[in-house]
Design a protein around this ligand. Structure first.
Ligand code: NAG
Ligand code: NAG
Ligand code: NAG
Ligand code: ZN
Length: 635
């Protein structure tokens, strides 16, 4: 008696690291690869000895409209279904994926308010995912398979008998199928039979065929619980597993567990929960190191008419030891994003906490910061469903992905193949990274930020949104005390963050003391791609030349005008609902600018001097304004 090896499943978790002394931002960290569950993945597989040949024949015939799995003799209903799923996708058969969520009764009873929050987030996530991914739709109701390793005690192993690999004797202890800790209803499951004789087609029914779930391509078991896993780590939000794949390897069922505290929190954020659910769904749908090796190539360039072929191993080290996904769409997404034809540019995977030679189920945070599939999800206004992630889902072979619906990933745009490497992030050549610990602007310029690192950045630093009050687009963040009017800030929907050393001439007492370079919020309006004007409190609209600086009447100092960050990406906007999106607020930002002042004086001198000296001597300050304080204080 030989039972096929079962696959293990890993559980993903999203946690908010609430208080970290060194990294005061609230991080949502996914530890998908940290926590292992003993769950099994059931793969629907035809069990007939001629399986391989049938599949290849079916693959060829399926291209033919007249072909029906039912025309193949000698197959059970279940086996026919398995073969139908083997059909390579054709443009006609590809339709938006239908994800049906199902909540088990054992989920903790939720209050009406919690139910509303949950359903709003899950419904929107499902809607978004099905607008992105199309599948070869399941014909008829979706029926999950039972795990033959569980219900069967004995398999026929003589390959010349009729019942080869079928079950000869039932396991009397068999009760039910589970997906993580969710018990799958019998109604969702295919039946199973026992063949008591090796060579006879006679069978007895162990479990009847369920009705299945109609109009469904992926069954999402949604579990809201205060599980041990939720409690094991502080502030776990959610975790997920996939637990069934169809005969082509596409996941057809999975569990997303949402920790109940997540829904009750006073700081509840719909957008953050939505992104959490999408992130977990993407893991269960294929963006998982446990599925990378099962991705298939269904491109028309694969051998004519042969349908899909396995891609084999898709993750490899590049020359520098960075683990990457090398599949066609992912490679071209990276090459396009970084504007480099470098053939080594696969999709970089997170290396932190990953043993040598192993892979992660997240993108490398230094290169694809802000991606929905990075290990850390930051402030929800900065998280993007980016081209690299959609390309990866496309390369699974199970989906047709509308790549044009990707959200622009501003981070690293056009920065070249070396962008985000440990060797370059600290050399001040990129405006995306910063050095030191000053204040400035988050790279999307929606927030003021502080130059910080986190464990995934491995020493690289960037301006992260402050915990509270850093959104330029929030009117209520405007500080109205007269003492602080010197900076000319305006907060509101069309305000963005600018590196600036402006000081109002009406407040000359602040002139030298306060005119450090920092992130300030001013209004902006677009005049064309990468062309815009800005307005400072009490001033006219003035042109702000991208990549240059401008002065404002009535103010001392300069405003830097970011290049290729504003008026270029139509989808980088404040959330239109305007609701608070931070998952948690722990610390207040230091409202006193004085922390940075000492260094800032040098920077201000440098900036002013730059104007006078035709931008020559101090040009590094102008070009690399992010690192100005450090650099100039050495001048
Ligand atoms: C396998 O089955 C065939 C046909 O029933 C039989 O002739 C053969 O002896 C069996 N082989 C073994 C190893 O049991
Ligand atoms: C892809 O998305 C774009 C933008 O939403 C839409 O205009 C286009 O019709 C979609 N293409 C397909 C093939 O669905
Ligand atoms: C954020 O700061 C404002 C004013 O500085 C304060 O009124 C508000 O309570 C703070 N928000 C939180 C959640 O702490
Ligand atoms: Zn994850």
């Amino acid at each position: 008696m030989v039972l096929p090896p079962s696959q293990r499943l890993w559980v993903g978790m999203l946690v908010v690291i609430a208080v970290m002394m060194e990294f005061p931002s609230a991080l949502q960290k996914c530890i998908f690869d940290d926590v292992q569950a003993q769950a099994r993945v059931v793969r629907a597989a035809p069990v007939h000895p001629d399986e391989a040949e049938l599949i290849s024949r079916a693959g060829q015939q399926l291209g033919h409209p007249g072909w029906r799995a039912s025309s193949l003799p000698g197959l059970s209903e279940r086996e026919r279904r398995g073969l139908s799923e083997m059909a390579p996708p054709t443009p006609d058969s590809l339709q938006p994926i239908r994800i049906r969520s199902w909540t088990p009764r054992e989920s903790n009873s939720l209050s009406e308010a919690e139910k509303e929050r949950l359903h709003a987030a899950v419904e929107e996530a499902v809607r978004m995912v099905s607008s992105l991914l199309s599948v070869n739709r399941v014909r008829g109701p979706l029926l999950l398979s039972r795990d033959i390793n569980k219900y069967c005690k004995f398999l026929w192993k003589n390959s010349s008998t009729v019942n080869y690999n079928r079950c000869g004797r039932a396991n009397n202890n068999y009760r039910s199928e589970t997906c993580l800790d969710v018990t799958i209803p019998d109604d969702h499951l295919a039946g199973c039979d026992i063949y008591t004789e090796a060579d006879s087609p006679r069978r007895t029914e162990l479990r009847p065929e369920g009705a299945g779930v109609p109009d469904t391509d992926f069954l999402l078991y949604l579990h809201v619980q205060a599980t041990d896993k939720c409690r094991a780590e502080p502030n776990v939000l959610a975790y997920a597993v996939h637990c069934q794949t169809d005969a082509r390897g596409r996941p057809v069922a999975g569990v997303v567990v949402i920790c109940r505290d997540r829904l009750t929190a006073a700081t509840y954020s719909h957008r953050a929960t939505l992104q959490t659910v999408i992130h977990e769904l993407f893991h269960t749908l294929g963006f998982s190191k446990h599925l990378f090796h099962t991705w298939t190539d269904c491109s028309s360039t694969s051998p004519a008419g042969a349908g899909c072929s396995p891609r084999g191993k898709v993750t490899h080290h590049d020359g520098s030891g960075q683990m990457r996904i090398y599949t066609p769409s992912v490679i071209s997404a990276l090459q396009k994003h970084l504007a480099s034809p470098d053939p080594e540019l696969g999709g970089p995977l997170e290396n932190l906490d990953v043993p040598q030679g192993r892979v992660s189920s997240h993108w490398e945070s230094r290169v694809l910061q802000g991606s929905i599939m990075a290990a850390v999800l930051g402030d929800s206004t900065t998280v993007r469903i980016d081209p690299a992630t959609l390309a990866a889902l496309q390369d699974t072979g199970w989906y047709a992905v509308n790549l044009s619906r990707a959200q622009s990933l501003v981070w690293g745009d056009g920065e070249g193949a070396m962008f985000g490497s440990l060797s370059t992030c600290q050399d001040k050549s990129s405006s995306f990274f910063c050095t030191g610990s000053g204040f400035g602007c988050h790279y999307l310029h929606l927030h003021k930020g502080e130059c910080q690192t986190d464990q995934y950045l491995e020493g690289c630093r960037l301006y992260k949104p402050l915990m509270n009050g850093s959104e330029c687009w929030k009117e209520e963040n405007g500080r109205k005390s007269a003492e602080e009017d010197w900076s000319g800030e305006i907060f509101g929907f069309d305000s963005r963050c600018f590196f600036s050393s402006l000081t109002s001439q009406n407040h000359s007492e602040f002139l030298w003391f306060n005119s450090s370079v920092g992130g300030r919020c001013y209004r902006h309006r677009c005049a064309g791609p990468n062309r815009y004007q800005i307005q400072v409190s009490g001033s006219e609209w003035v042109d702000c030349p991208a990549g240059g600086t401008t002065q404002i009447k009535g103010y001392q100092g300069l405003v830097s005008c970011p290049d290729r960050r504003l008026c270029l990406h139509a989808d980088v906007t404040p959330p239109s609902d305007g609701v608070s999106t931070f998952p948690a607020t722990i610390t207040r930002p230091s409202t006193d600018v004085t922390v940075a002042t000492a260094l800032g004086i040098a920077a201000a001198v440098c900036l002013l001097a730059a104007v006078i000296m035709s931008y020559r001597k101090c040009c590094p300050c102008r070009v690399r304004i992010h690192s100005a304080p450090d650099h100039c204080s050495q001048v």
